[in-house]
Design a protein around this ligand. Structure first.
Ligand code: AMP
Length: 394
């Protein structure tokens, strides 16, 4: 039995067909530049990759192409349900939900909170419903895992009406990844998740860290939007809220332009003046590029401070988990971060840290240190499992 997992962006669809029990992926792929005449499909089967143009270039054409590939491979009959990655579920969704007209309306009501992401998710859901009318569809929200945060963590110190009338609060993101790696970390440590206090650091193009107590999120670095918190590829993370008005007046920008610059021209890219890509920055820093070195240093400094801050609500830190493209692959960033966390007693095991790359996770600290672990995230598998759980529970 297979689940079709879809991650629909404004101009792309990432998909995987997974067996939620064995975690095998008989087909996966990416459809890019949707909405343009240059739309392409890339289908992956094992090591085999096939690229083709997508005539029409619409969401509908994308799903037709996925459907045809499934039929051609004899997989279509095994697909039991469709699982969607949904970005913002507001305060409405504290778990995954089978998509009904009411659920779709609730996702639509969250559009003002995620104006870039939720409309693409909705377009993807509607196109998938048309292409696979007999399959149940499930939404798995990035925010749902964080709905266990207490008000002391999720409220901002702003006028109460902003919260009660407009939903201004922290929601947290990357929930599927934080939840998955917390579960995997418990297995790695051989301890029940219910007894563990963890900080999970998801470090990819977007970055967030979460305090996970007994498998539940109790605080997280991202907020109302995925712009708050850590330094990211092109996102600023935390800045003084007074900055917006100041720079708008000084540089003659609108509020929308300021927000766009904080999302797209800041973070590692803004600091280095070079790139949002950590691997390239590490190489440039090693060659002595001052902007790259500063960007890496600030990334690590802010990350370490956030991890230490998230240990406060946990009261005791049993393990720190690194995941995401940077967390899983960059021994340099992990070592530098642990080096800045001596306050919490971390000591890196250099050999283990160097070996924990490219899909080989594990502990990277010395026996005397609290454990820091590298865990490979698998959001598609988590979405497939959630989808199966929802459809079989009904
Ligand atoms: P993700 O969004 O999870 O795919 O992560 C993307 C980020 O991971 C980019 O900044 C990449 O440069 C970074 N990354 C991937 N591999 C490495 C590596 N070997 N060393 C450093 N950064 C890496």
């Amino acid at each position: 039995m297979l689940i079709l997992v879809l991650n629909c962006g404004s101009s792309s669809v990432k998909f995987a067909v997974l067996d939620p029990q064995s975690s095998e992926v008989p087909l996966s792929g990416l459809i890019e530049r949707i909405g343009t005449a240059e739309a392409t499909t890339t289908f992956k089967r094992g090591r085999e990759k096939q690229q083709a143009a997508l005539p029409g270039g619409t969401y509908e054409a994308a799903f037709e192409a996925i459907n045809s590939a499934l039929i051609a491979l004899g997989l279509r009959d095994q697909v039991r349900a469709v699982g969607h990655r949904a970005v913002h579920g507001g305060a409405v969704f504290s778990g995954s939900a089978r998509i009904t007209p009411a659920v779709l309306a609730a996702i639509r009501a969250c559009v003002p909170l995620a104006p870039l992401h939720n409309p693409a998710n909705i377009a993807g859901i509607e196109a998938a419903q048309a292409a696979f009318p007999t399959l149940p569809q499930v939404a798995v929200f990035d925010t749902a895992f964080h709905q266990t945060m207490p008000p002391v963590a999720f409220r901002y110190a702003v006028p109460e009406g902003w919260y009660t009338q407009h939903g201004v609060r922290k929601y947290g993101f990357h929930g599927t990844s934080h939840e998955y790696v917390a579960q995997e970390a418990a297995k790695m440590l051989g301890q029940p998740l219910a007894e563990l206090n963890l900080v999970t650091a998801h470090l990819g193009n977007g970055c967030s860290a979460t305090a996970v107590q007994g498998g539940k999120s109790i605080d997280s670095s991202m907020g109302l939007t995925p712009l708050e918190g850590l330094v990211m590829g092109s996102r600023s993370g935390d800045v003084d809220p007074g900055l917006h008005d100041y720079i708008a007046r000084q540089a003659g920008l609108t509020l929308t332009q300021v927000t766009s610059a904080l999302n797209k021209e800041s973070g590692l890219l803004g600091l280095s003046g070079l790139t949002n890509d950590m691997r390239e920055l590490e190489e440039a820093a090693a060659r002595g590029h001052p902007g790259a070195k500063l960007a890496v240093d600030i990334f690590v400094y802010r990350l370490a401070k956030t991890i230490a801050a998230l240990a406060v609500p946990l009261e005791r830190l049993d393990a720190l988990v690194f995941t995401g493209g940077i967390g899983e692959n960059s021994a340099t960033i992990r070592a530098a971060t642990l080096g800045r966390l001596k306050l919490l007693g971390f000591q890196v095991d250099e050999t283990a840290n160097q070996q924990a790359v490219r899909g080989h996770g594990g502990p990277i600290t010395t026996p005397g240190s609290p454990p820091a672990l590298v865990v490979n995230t698998n959001e598609e598998l988590m979405i497939a499992r959630e989808t199966l759980r929802i459809v079989s529970g009904e």
